[in-house]
Design a protein around this ligand. Structure first.
Ligand code: FES
Ligand code: FES
Length: 179
């Protein structure tokens, strides 16, 4: 039998009528319509589905939506404000912290939870904290570099150079033909 639940997501309230065994991941993606949170392993191992609930990082694939009634849920969609990306989002772009992007919302939410608790972590602390977030693409160094750029207040300092480099690479591949 379905239950009425109110989920507070990124400062908005959503009235849902859902099965008691509906996962937070399903509720966010399919009922609320916020598809930024990704599904990877579905068994609490990869971290792709990470969101923050009442200040704590949780795997939404292991969390029942009904258990989140009355709690504050933050997803990747809740990080940007006033039309500006969160520094972590900006850093992942500038420092190449993603490739396919499937793990990226979870990586960023994990980093956000860490920086909320400890704004000045060491590289070792970032590695330790982020060890629950798996990535099949980047080799992890770029992810670490992205998070440390935020810690060391370096976001925005290399963007023009990186952007020019990227444009040059794309042009050199001759993927795009001018008409
Ligand atoms: S999808 Fe939830 S931890 Fe992998
Ligand atoms: S960027 Fe592809 S899995 Fe991490």
């Amino acid at each position: 039998m379905k239950r009425a639940v109110v989920l507070n997501v990124n400062g908005e309230s959503y009235d849902l009528d859902i099965e008691p065994n509906r996962l937070l991941l399903q509720a966010l993606r399919e009922d609320v319509g916020l598809t930024g949170t990704k599904e990877g392993c579905s068994i609490g191992v990869c971290g792709a589905c990470s969101v923050i609930v009442d200040g704590r990082l949780v795997s939404s694939c292991l969390t029942l939506a009904v258990a989140c009634q009355g709690k504050e849920i933050t997803t990747i969609e809740g990080l940007a404000s006033d039309g500006r990306l969160h520094p972590l989002q900006q850093a992942f772009i500038e420092y190449g912290g993603f490739q396919c992007g499937i793990c990226t919302p979870g990586q960023i939410m994990a980093a956000k939870a860490l920086l909320n608790e400890n704004p000045q972590p060491s590289e070792e602390q970032v590695k330790e904290w982020m060890s629950g977030n798996l990535c099949r693409c980047t080799g992890y160094y770029k992810i670490l570099e992205s998070v440390m750029a935020v810690v060391n207040n370096k976001v925005g300092t290399v963007q023009p150079v990186r952007r020019d480099e990227r444009s040059a690479k794309i042009e050199s591949l001759k993927v795009y033909k001018s008409s």
